[in-house]
Design a protein around this ligand. Structure first.
Ligand SMILES: Cc1ncc(COP(=O)(O)O)c(C=O)c1O
Length: 386
């Protein structure tokens, strides 16, 4: 066999914990609350619409920036929700999921040696995207157990090389949401330094307890230096369709599209037309998401009452963190694997969302599941004792 030198561009990246936990869940026939996707169907009307557009012949490349009708509907939605004007022609780009939008945003903005501030725990695609661009991730942890951000600590990390701050609200995995005051702090930093913001808002419609989502789009002085990323996978229960989008002012959009056109060029056509129609016909599906998922969160929490786990309050997303510090002092990866093997419930250990595996003895459960799934999972979790 011939050997050849091969130096990995991502030497620290291996099989993700999501793949590991899902495989373990399957092996042990466990209930899978690890990966973040619904175990129920999306609206059948949405499926009919995709079918309709396929039959109608919308099966070739979509325009590079996305189907104009979908960009127009997103513009209307953003205006109604956040009072912001985004021009569909020059400020909205449809991407193949939020992951693609994040990758294009980072690639467009980050050059060799640029520093990017990443707030941990962080979604796993951020750091590899930064490193592939030759950027340097500078990580700052949220405070535990409040998962609030200490802005003074963040300020101390800023220097001449700082190019981007990445934020995520509502936040995966903690369910924390940034407040209006947080945005005011961010605005101050961005205003006085030559820094851009990449704002991952894929859970924008899943906010609980009457809170308002503090979208960057609500803050014009921030929005001019920001790329906002969202995903229909989360909003329409269609994570497998991989349709997302990026909102940004024209100069930033121009740079983002330069990357997008060579990453995927465009996003699947019939899905774009179907989603555009659906947004017009079924707007209540989006508006109803917060109540829909709040009911699931509350149901899961009720079922877990009296268990040995301690829930960590979540204000958004479809994830619930639970501390198992009262049960065991095992590391969280070992605990999550044992939970899967012995109690047949799969979760995600939160340390994997930190670059250097910070372990607070917390695991993440996804509650985007049918009531029956949640009920069975909670019954099993109630058996776990110290
Ligand atoms: C915080 C966050 N950002 C981005 C994504 C990726 O979204 P998409 O599936 O649309 O690529 C996810 C998916 O889990 C996520 O949780």
């Amino acid at each position: 066999m011939q050997t050849y030198p091969l130096s990995s561009k991502l030497p620290h990246v291996g099989t993700t914990i999501f793949t590991v936990m899902s495989a373990l869940a399957q092996e042990h026939q466990a209930i899978n609350l690890s990966q973040g996707f619904p175990d129920f169907s999306c609206d059948k009307k949405l499926i009919s619409l995709v079918n309709h557009y396929m039959k109608k012949g919308h099966n070739q490349y979509a325009p590079m920036a996305g189907a104009p009708v979908l960009r127009q509907r997103i513009s209307t939605l953003v205006k109604e929700l956040y009072g912001a004007d985004y021009d569909p022609e020059t400020e909205i780009t449809i991407t193949s999921g939020a992951t693609e939008a994040l990758f294009c945003a980072v690639t467009a903005l980050v050059k060799e040696g640029d520093e990017v501030i990443v707030i941990e725990p962080a979604y796993d695609s951020y750091i590899p995207a930064i490193e592939l661009s030759g950027g340097v991730p500078v990580c700052i942890p949220l405070e535990y157990p409040s998962y609030r951000l200490d802005w003074d600590k963040l300020k101390r990390l800023i220097n001449q090389r700082t190019r981007v701050i990445m934020i995520n609200t509502p936040h995966n995995p903690t369910g924390a949401v940034l407040s209006e005051q947080d945005m005011v702090e961010l605005e101050r930093l961005v205003h006085t330094n030559n820094i851009f913001v990449i704002s991952d808002e894929v859970y924008e419609h899943i906010v609980f307890d009457g809170l308002q989502h503090a979208s960057i789009a609500r803050f014009p002085d921030l929005a001019v230096k920001s790329i906002i990323v969202s995903s229909f996978g989360k909003s329409l229960h269609t994570t497998g369709w991989k349709v997302g989008y990026a909102l940004a002012p024209p100069r930033l959009t121009k740079e983002l599209r330069k990357v997008h056109q060579f990453v995927t060029f465009s996003t699947s056509t019939p899905f774009q037309y179907a989603i555009a129609d659906y947004l017009q016909q079924q707007r209540e599906a989006i508006d109803g998401l917060r109540a829909f998922y709040q009911a699931k969160r509350d149901y899961f929490l009720r079922l877990m009452e009296g268990s040995a786990f301690t829930p960590i309050p979540a204000s958004g997303t479809y994830f619930q963190l639970m501390s198992y510090a009262g049960i065991s002092d095992e590391g969280d990866e070992a605990f999550a694997q044992r939970l899967t093997r012995e109690y047949k419930v799969a979760s995600i250990p939160v340390s994997v969302f930190y670059r250097y595996k910070t372990d607070h003895k917390v695991v993440r459960f996804c509650f985007a599941k049918n009531e029956q799934t949640l009920k069975e999972a909670a019954e099993r979790l109630q058996q776990v004792k110290a």
